[in-house]
Design a protein around this ligand. Structure first.
Ligand code: C5P
Length: 396
């Protein structure tokens, strides 16, 4: 089942590190190729010799070998892996990952990795419940990392509660499932629009919106995890995928142009960009000077990218979004038809935790066969997974 799969196991300093010996054995038995990175404090709990022997590869901890001077390239390690699993993940490494700190080989590898990253935290129950820990875990999820929640049970401290790392057998099952899903959309090309558009008023000002690109990036990550090839056309967004082909644009017209160029080759098109409906008719060539008390900027309608592609649609499966404040379901269904979407994802600004810049979203799916499905408030990463699961079913 895991034959030929390259798994990079990163071990932090937690008592649960002792379980990684069993876990490495299970992975190797399943045919996986396993390399191990350890933090310095992980070595207090289990020896590198044990994990090197079981994984059949030298264990990496430092950037270079002090004796031979051999350089351990973190970029190469990250590129080598099909999957990075950080297990056990300590509160310390979690805090560093959530904040971009890079003071050891494990963190440098994490930062440069392009493959999916999963983490299995392990710590005492109060540490696990601490708002910082919970916030940091949410942050990792917002980066597209998958969190394997700590389990309930007896802890090394003698206390009992949530904090135990998932057992090796359980981790193995999760990884197997992950790899099975990772082939579901193999060979499929997914075109995604994301982020806001900026429409120039003059060389320094623009009309824009609050879209952060979080949802589009989560969608790109979820499709990548299902084995698909990503082409993203994004406006100026704070969040972009670190994989696939990412084309950066500013305006709706530029976005349309790039979408047209990549559309024919795509199998699925996801329109998650918050495209400005209007643009200044004649952007000024020079910065507009402050003169009169009022200023008129004439706006003209932008093309509707989703609707234009909807007219061209042949084999493609189209997913669109609707952000509504009133008459939500009726408006969403109308848009589904008008723009020739196969699925429309409604998020209502009336729902707390949904919308721009948030890490969470509360959505309802409407599809062209009149099916309707409402979801509870979830992280954008989970919403993205629901969308991808839906597409996988439909493309079967
Ligand atoms: O009509 P409305 O802007 O609410 O429709 C939202 C959907 O249409 C989203 O999927 C969005 O990405 C897409 N859209 C587009 N081009 C526009 C406006 C919206 O692709 N100019």
């Amino acid at each position: 089942m895991l034959a030929g799969k390259k798994i990079l196991l990163a071990v932090c300093g937690s008592i649960a590190a002792y379980k990684t010996a069993f876990f490495v054995r299970l992975l190797v038995k399943e045919g996986a190729e396993v390399k191990v990175i350890m933090t310095e404090s992980a070595k207090d709990f289990i020896t590198p010799l044990t994990l090197a022997t079981l994984s059949k590869h030298p264990v990496h901890s430092d950037y270079f070998d002090e004796k031979s001077g051999e350089w351990h390239n973190h970029v190469e390690l990250g590129m080598w892996a099909d999957l990075i699993l950080i297990a056990p993940l300590s509160a310390n490494t979690l805090g560093k990952m959530a904040n971009g700190i890079c003071d050891n080989l494990l963190l440098a590898t994490y930062l440069s990795a392009k493959c999916p990253v999963m983490v299995a935290p392990a710590m005492d129950l109060d540490m696990y419940q601490h708002p910082t820990t919970q916030q940091n875990l949410k942050k990792l999820q917002s980066f597209g990392n998958e969190v394997i929640e700590a389990r309930d049970g007896e802890l090394a401290s003698g206390l009992s509660g949530q904090g135990r790392m998932a057992e090796p057998e359980e981790l193995l099952e999760i990884i197997k499932k992950k790899f099975a899903n990772s082939e579901a959309l193999k060979g499929k090309k997914i075109l995604i629009t994301s982020g806001p558009t900026f429409e120039a008023i003059d060389p320094v000002r623009f009309i824009g919106n609050h879209s952060s690109g979080k949802m589009g990036t989560a969608i790109a990550d979820a499709f990548r995890n299902a084995g698909a090839e990503i082409i993203m056309v994004s406006g100026p967004a704070a969040h972009l995928p670190n994989h696939g082909k990412v084309i950066k644009v500013n305006s709706a017209l530029e976005m349309l142009n790039e979408v047209k160029g990549h559309y024919d080759n795509s199998d699925v098109a996801v329109f998650s960009a918050a495209v400005s409906d209007y643009r200044p008719e004649n952007p000024a060539k020079e910065k507009i000077k402050k003169k009169e008390d009022t200023l008129q900027v004439n706006l003209v309608k932008n093309p509707d990218i989703a609707a234009e592609m909807g007219k061209k649609k042949k084999k493609q499966f189209h997913v669109g979004f609707a952000l509504e404040t009133n008459n939500e379901a009726v408006n969403a269904k109308e848009k589904l038809k008008k723009k020739n979407f196969d699925l429309i994802v409604l998020n209502s600004l009336n729902d707390q935790g949904a919308g721009f810049k948030q890490d969470t979203n509360k959505v309802t799916f409407f599809d062209k066969d009149n099916n309707e499905q409402s979801f509870e408030l979830k992280s954008k990463v989970e919403v993205a997974q629901d969308i991808v699961n839906y597409v996988i079913e439909k493309l079967k």
